[in-house]
Write a protein that binds this ligand. Structure first.
Ligand code: A3P
Length: 318
């Protein structure tokens, strides 16, 4: 076997024995690795990513904290970049769950030997939930699209999702516990605020390399966002495309109502590495402000207070 890989496994075993441990959301424990909480497979995947991933300068990454709108952005990005290849009456997204349209490096690097992705034509699209600081240095010269969302909605969405994929030998995770863990920063790829700030600060330094978006903004002005995506990915809409209302068609095809009602997203499954999850779990409500149905006033005050404190002076607010 590959000597480098054996060394990597030893490093992994050592880390798991020595780094801080906290309660997990869908698995028993999360581990604090270089400032962020990952599950054990995530740590292994990060070591493999650093050791073996070969990025290309034309790669484009979608980065997000879990439950911030990844599925939606995947759909919008793939249909924007491939708009010459598919028509809207028989589209790729009619038969494929958005999550499976391009690879997530967090999932692909969970096992060895890794896939090399050399066969994908440029620009290759990849997704990741990793904070900026946990990415291999070579990757950070690529273009990134980052999507974030009000942490209160992220927390509620994540609590539902993680309970769906939670290990069956663990009791359900209560909302109170999830809330408390989230506020302490203990949740997959958390702390949430440090995650967002890692990309926000980088986007201020290099706005041409990082397109920073908010879920709420995509909800309010989806067509403007699709135009931004097209321009950022290197192919702005032409006058002819505007006449054919291409941006509007993309928005309509990727709407929550349309995607969540497709057969593939009702019955299809997506492989998340540790197991399979129904595509339907990526479509719950798709609303802004659902947190109001789950948080007390006191909870709202606490989480808003943390957000205010952590983002103070950054120029970013929710
Ligand atoms: P809710 O649980 O609040 O409904 P991610 O894709 O990052 O895992 O995030 C999932 C969240 O995005 C879920 O939020 C899901 O319903 C919502 N979502 C998925 N597809 C969407 C779409 N096309 N439009 C708006 N929201 C969408």
């Amino acid at each position: 076997e590959d000597g480098d890989y054996i060394k990597l496994c030893k490093e992994y075993d050592y880390l798991i024995e020595t780094i801080p441990k906290g309660n997990g959301w869908n698995v028993k424990h999360l581990y604090k690795y270089n400032g962020f909480w990952l599950n054990p497979i995530g740590i292994k995947a990060n070591l493999l990513l650093h050791a073996y991933f070969k990025s290309h300068p034309t790669d484009i990454f979608l980065a997000s904290f879990m439950k911030s709108g990844t599925t939606w952005l995947k759909a919008l990005m793939i249909s924007t970049i491939n708009r010459h290849r598919y028509n809207f009456t028989d589209h790729h997204l009619h038969h494929h769950g958005p999550q499976s349209t391009f690879p997530s490096i967090d999932i692909e690097f969970q096992s060895y030997p890794i896939t090399d992705f050399m066969h994908i034509s440029a620009p290759r699209l990849f997704a990741t939930h990793l904070p900026r600081t946990l990415l291999p240095p070579s990757v950070t010269s690529c273009k990134f699209i980052y999507i974030c969302r009000d942490p209160k909605d992220v927390l509620v969405s994540k609590w539902f999702f993680m309970n769906k994929i939670r290990d069956t030998d663990l009791p359900p995770l209560s909302f109170d516990e999830a809330f408390d863990l989230f506020c302490q920063g203990i949740s997959d790829f958390g702390p949430f605020w440090e995650h967002v700030l890692s990309y926000w600060r980088a986007s201020l330094d290099a706005p041409d390399k990082i397109l920073f978006l908010k879920y709420e903004e995509v909800k309010e002005q989806p067509e403007a966002v699709v135009r931004k995506l097209a321009t950022f990915m290197g192919e702005p809409f032409t006058a002819e495309e505007d006449e054919q209302r291409v941006a509007e068609n993309i928005v309509n095809m990727c709407s929550f109502e349309n995607l969540s009602n497709l057969e593939v997203n009702k019955t299809g499954v997506f492989n998340i590495g540790i197991g399979k999850v129904g595509n339907r779990e990526f479509f719950r409500k798709g609303k802004i402000g659902d947190w109001k149905n789950y948080m007390t006033e006191e909870m709202k005050q606490r989480i808003d207070g943390i957000t205010h404190e952590k983002l103070k002076g950054s120029g970013l607010a929710f």
